[in-house]
Ligand binder design. Structure first.
Ligand code: XMP
Length: 512
């Protein structure tokens, strides 16, 4: 399958470039800046990402681009553009104050295929601390803004240059604030690189099912279901490929939402999956008793989870594979390009060491929106596909302090009222994630004629695109009023409801 290679220089928006390319039904791979797959016949074009570094910094990334430039069409974005120019004798200098925000682009060469269809003064998004102050001799300036002379340029290696074209753009076409960024990327990927647009949910399902059948043959595979989108889609895809040879295990750690274990089991069975449901809540409650430290709680839950899964899986005969719902961002985030630990994902590297199983990750090339699209094509119901993310340790990290079955019950009741109300008021789908936090402190209240001294809960609802940053959701006051009344009236043990109005950063989504 044709592919675009995105060489990553450590920018925060590299994943976004990948998602935009995939939106054009074109497969792409994000690789570290110095890991270009020379010789791969499927490569049709290359994009160089931005970077937090300056090209002239001693520790900046300076890969050898010979073998790429002239051979494949290349688009350098921000640092990628600066590096293209600087490495060929152009000049890059600090701009004094960082240029950040919207700018109007003037395209100076209307025949330039990269800007085909661009409107005059099209809004672009700038985010850079260095600027290109001179491009190499013979290269062509293609677009400017009022403060950036070389907002876009075309690389030329002499009059006789008949190799593949290359451009650099100082702005970020991958972000939504660049209003015609998608058009620019489409011009590059489809018109210039010649993508046949063959990467679709249907083609993914067809090729992955065939590949899984070839890889797994008649082997048995075990998969841990969590109720989340990724593991559910992985399971249904594998079920389509190998049917009853897929055995799923769904562990109830007692920290799921109200009735979630029962409801999700029913959904899974409805999808024809072969699922073993394990109620291990007693064990988790026992091991968590008296533990207040959040990281300690996570460790205990992670450890117990692996033990329970291991015990169940080892009773199955002749299992050779462990399947996981690892998706592409999990792997990219573990790639660690700039040397700064970004986030080590629990699916990558947290495997039970004792299990002598081979790993099967059928979704490892998909972004989250692609997982959802594939899930829909596979017939998974919308309420499973559109579910909010939910942390692996579940309600344990939403109970401040130690976890008891009674606290879990209180939180489940309050959480169910909040989540059901979000659905009833048609607010659920506009929110990235929502839940209730049970606070440790109690407060005084009056109910009827009686003084109460009970727990307070906080409602948390955020909007986000990737959980790296998040804004508190602007929920309507009448909605908050209704939820607050319902929780206080219906949940015994709660007499006060707060709404968390903190964004991430500096707060995080979860309280623990
Ligand atoms: P924070 O609280 O760091 O959360 O802003 C970001 C996202 O990660 C989820 N989260 C977890 N998921 N195990 C998980 O599987 C965990 O220990 C964990 N802690 C936070 C959180 O729900 C949000 O989606």
């Amino acid at each position: 399958m044709q592919k675009i290679i995105i060489l990553d220089f450590g920018s925060q928006t590299t994943q976004l470039i990948g998602r935009r390319v995939r939106e054009m039904d074109t497969f792409c791979e994000i690789l570290p800046y110095d890991k270009f797959p020379h010789g791969d016949p499927d490569v049709i074009g290359v994009i160089l990402s931005g970077s937090p570094l300056s090209v002239y910094a001693p520790d900046a990334f300076h890969p050898d681009l010979s073998g790429i430039l002239g051979r494949y069409p290349v688009l350098g974005i921000c640092y990628g553009a600066q590096y293209l120019s600087w490495s060929h004798g152009g000049k890059v200098e600090p701009v004094g104050t960082r240029e950040y925000g919207r700018a109007a682009l003037k395209v100076l060469e209307p025949d330039c295929p990269l800007f085909k269809g661009f409107e005059p003064d099209s809004q672009v998004w700038m985010s850079h601390g260095d600027s290109i102050t001179a491009i190499p001799e013979g290269w062509r300036k293609v677009a400017s803004t009022s403060s950036v002379q070389y907002a876009a340029f075309e690389c030329r290696r002499g009059a006789s240059d008949d190799g593949a074209p290359a451009w650099g753009v100082q702005f970020h076409p991958e972000v939504y604030h660049t209003l015609q960024g998608k058009l620019l990327l489409e011009n590059f990927v489809v018109d210039i690189c010649g993508s046949r647009r063959e990467w679709t949910s249907d083609s993914f399902i067809e090729s992955t099912v065939a590949q899984l059948r070839g890889q797994l043959g008649s082997d048995k595979v075990v998969l841990g279901l969590s109720g989340g989108v990724d593991s559910s889609v992985a399971a249904v895809l594998l079920n389509k490929a190998i049917g009853a040879n897929l055995i799923c295990i769904f562990v109830d750690h007692g920290l799921l939402r109200k009735n979630e274990f029962r409801d999700v089991m029913r959904d899974y069975e409805g999808l024809g999956l072969n699922v073993i449901g394990v109620d291990a809540s007693e064990r988790f409650y026992r091991d968590l008793a008296g533990v207040s430290d959040p990281e300690q709680k996570r460790k205990i839950i992670g450890g117990d989870f692996i033990k329970v899964f291991d015990e169940e899986a080892s009773q199955l005969k002749e299992v050779k594979w462990l399947a996981q719902g690892t998706i592409y961002p999990d792997r990219i985030e573990s790639m660690n390009i700039t040397g700064k630990a970004i986030k080590s994902h629990h699916n990558v590297g947290g495997l039970p060491k004792t299990m002598q199983l081979q790993l099967c990750e059928p979704l490892k090339w998909l972004f989250k929106d692609e997982v959802r699209a594939v899930g829909r094509r596979l017939g998974i119901p919308e309420h499973l596909i559109g579910r909010h993310p939910f942390p692996g340790p579940g309600l344990a990290v939403r109970i401040i302090g130690d976890v008891t079955p009674e606290k879990v019950r209180i939180l489940q009741e309050a959480d169910a009222i909040f989540i059901n109300a979000l659905r009833e008021w048609k607010l659920y789908d506009s929110i990235w994630q929502a839940g209730v936090i049970l606070l440790q402190d109690r407060s005084v209240g009056v109910m009827g004629d009686e003084r109460t001294f009970e727990s307070a809960v906080a409602l948390r609802a955020v909007t986000s695109v990737d959980a790296m940053t998040a804004d508190w959701a602007d929920l309507p006051y009448p909605f908050l009023q209704k939820v607050s009344n319902d929780i206080i009236n219906q949940v015994r043990g709660v007499n006060r409801v707060c709404y968390d109005i903190s964004s991430k950063p500096p707060a995080t989504i979860e309280w623990e």
